[in-house]
Design a protein around this ligand. Structure first.
Ligand SMILES: [Zn+2]
Length: 259
């Protein structure tokens, strides 16, 4: 490890305000230069955008060190791609070594960003989600937080070959570089975010708007939507001897009824 890298690892990082400014700059420049994204709640994202984002982060946060280390170690460098197959996590970084030894042509890196997780969140009328312990107001912010987490992994892999976000070292690095409060891979889904925020659980009394009126009921099931049973004289008879009408409601649209 060079002295420069060691110094960077030992440095205190930036203060929160500077971090936020740098992050906003990356986002703005990325959007301005993207042919696909169109706005903070983009519908499309290409690997070109991811490559560009890597360059921006490398320049603004790592002083070009990431790119240098990658070029030193790997002939093919870092590949970026979007995947619909990542379900639980929003991003993944891999270091792949083919064959024995550490020849340049044998090492490559890959950063995968889960498309579904991003696009599922931040749609119209949906609430914000959380990633890395930070509230994300839109898809771009979600993407940036996830990407930053993955850059933490890439950096560790470049320096120590292995990386784990469960370890204190990782948490320390992404904390001082990016202001992350948590080291997790999840972009918390809307359901989870809402559950946390409002603590809506199965069995809770909730209210929601249905065709302009307020309906109250009990949460019976939660999947992508919540099943709410609202007591009603005209409803179906249930095993508890009462009548209910069944509604399927987006969890983000539920409010817990204070009892
Ligand atoms: Zn991780």
């Amino acid at each position: 490890m060079t002295e420069r890298i060691q110094e960077f690892i030992d440095s205190e990082g930036w203060d929160k305000r500077v971090i936020r400014e740098k992050q906003a700059d990356v986002g703005e420049i990325l959007l301005a230069g993207s042919r696909h994204m169109g706005g903070v709640n983009f519908e499309r994202l290409s690997t070109v955008d991811l490559e560009r984002m890597f360059e921006l982060y490398d320049e603004m946060f790592f002083g070009g060190m990431l790119g240098e280390m990658v070029r030193e170690q790997s002939k093919v460098g870092v590949k970026f791609r979007m995947s619909n197959r990542l379900t639980r996590s929003a991003g993944k970084t891999r270091r792949m070594v083919k064959g024995e030894g550490r020849r340049k042509e044998d090492v490559r890196y890959e950063i995968v960003i889960g498309a579904g997780m991003l696009l599922d969140n931040f749609g119209e009328g949906r609430r914000e989600a959380k990633a890395c312990g930070l509230v994300c107001e839109n898809r771009l912010e979600g993407l940036q937080r996830v990407f930053e987490h993955e850059l933490g992994h890439l950096f560790e892999m470049l320096v120590w070959e292995r990386s784990s976000c469960k370890q204190a070292r990782f948490k320390g690095l992404v904390g001082k570089w990016f202001g992350h409060l948590e080291a997790t891979h999840e972009l918390m889904t809307r359901r989870e975010a809402v559950l946390r925020a409002y603590e809506v659980e199965i069995g809770d009394w909730v209210w929601f708007e249905f065709e302009g009126r307020r309906v109250e009921g009990r949460v019976n099931r939660i999947t992508r939507r919540a099943t709410v049973l609202a007591p009603s004289r005209d409803g179906r008879l249930y095993s508890d001897g009462r009548r209910y009408e069944k509604y399927y409601v987006g969890v983000g649209d539920l409010m817990r009824v204070a009892l």
